[in-house]
Ligand binder design. Sequence first.
Ligand code: SAH
Ligand code: SF4
Ligand code: F3S
Length: 446
Amino acid sequence: MKPTITPKTYRVKSFGCQMNVYDGERMGELLSEKGMSAAPDGEDADLVVLNTCHIREKAAEKVYSDIGRLTKGKTQKKAPMIAVAGCVAQAEGEEIMARAPAVGMVVGPQAYHRLPEMVEQAAKGQRSTDTDMPANAKFDLLPKRRRSAPNAFLTVQEGCDKFCTYCVVPYTRGAEISRPYSDLIAEAHRLVEAGAREITLLGQNVNAWSCEDEAGRTVGLAGLIHALDRIEGLARIRYTTSHPNDMDDALIEAHGEVAKLMPYLHLPVQSGSDPILKAMNRSHTAESYLKLLERFRAVRPDIALSGDFIVGFPGESEADFQATLDLVDEVRYSQAFSFKYSPRPGTPAAEMDDQFIPREVMEERLQRLQALLNRDQFAFNKAVEGQTCEILIERKGKLPGQWLGKSPWLQSVWYAEENGGEGALGDLATVKLVEAGPNSLRGELV
Ligand code: SAH
Ligand code: SF4
Ligand code: F3S
């Protein structure tokens, strides 16, 4: 790599989960702190950070093709300095360094506090890799938060000790750690001061979060939620993603006690078949999962339920798949995410190769599952038609006077103001939900 000049502008492109979005924001803040500025949309950036995801196949291929496009002038006029961050960096950093000379640095999800110094080195022509995993170290070294969208993310927990047999996350994000209580309260206050009205607490297993509070008592996520409830100016609290096995009574009860805690739960189940759940090492059954949901519905009858599904896990029979459809029928999700199983290098399921499900079967199952999930999502939207609720305005729509936001149940809602008024970003608008579509609702300002 030839020496270049120290970059003045940057662009961070985040892929994958919300935790990557959070990390991407923090990398941007770090670079801004060092005097760089975000490249305006449509303009070249001197430094491009590819903040990658490794969860499903073609992840690495995508990174190489993004690198190719950047160096060949397809993405921007001038080739930028390139940093590869995120979970592909963690999993395949060495190969990336060897295969892609245009990459100036590779930095893993637990090491990105070092990004500015690595950029300095790259400017001198020295390439570097840091994929160390010191627990919590980066958080202490990140700048204080100064900006926030109305709906902010706050990573409270990282990593995973569950080792589901199909999943790369325990390898790319490392062991479960909880950020300290006082740090989180301080960061939440700063986000609210910077304009956040809603905070979504993030973790690969967010409900595994546990720490001592200011009185020295060990509290779980519910304790943190109760503390955030006391922050004036914060209107809404959400959390994602939970694991069924880390659910405790206090968190379920919090949904009946904390008005700011939104009636929404994302609780992945992956499959409705117990033998498949066992082969996945999920350590819950379809029944124990359904029982858990019943308890949430008992304290918060209107709670919107969401989940994740994998179809075509090795050995999945038609009967196993039918059990998944039956579970969906019973739950009636308000929205859900479903994926075709993707063998990931280094995971135990990738070794179950004698039992792979043919592509066409997987595709056909995915379509059948998604048809049910879409049906339920539309039905859920229809069910709230006519109700009046608050929506948090997150964005301007394409048309003048149009605003977009989320309902308490995390549905996308839009409304148009008669006189095209300004300044509603971050407001909680009271709207009547007048027309439900499959993916969004139209509201009218009350
Ligand atoms: N920690 C969360 C989310 C992990 S990743 C959880 O436990 O639920 C998000 C989703 O990606 C998973 O819930 C799963 O549905 C899907 N996923 C993970 N690995 C996958 C793989 N190898 N193939 C297909 N989907 C996968
Ligand atoms: Fe992956 Fe399972 Fe951990 Fe979720 S709980 S991150 S699916 S290993
Ligand atoms: Fe992807 Fe890593 Fe998130 S693999 S889903 S970016 S934890």
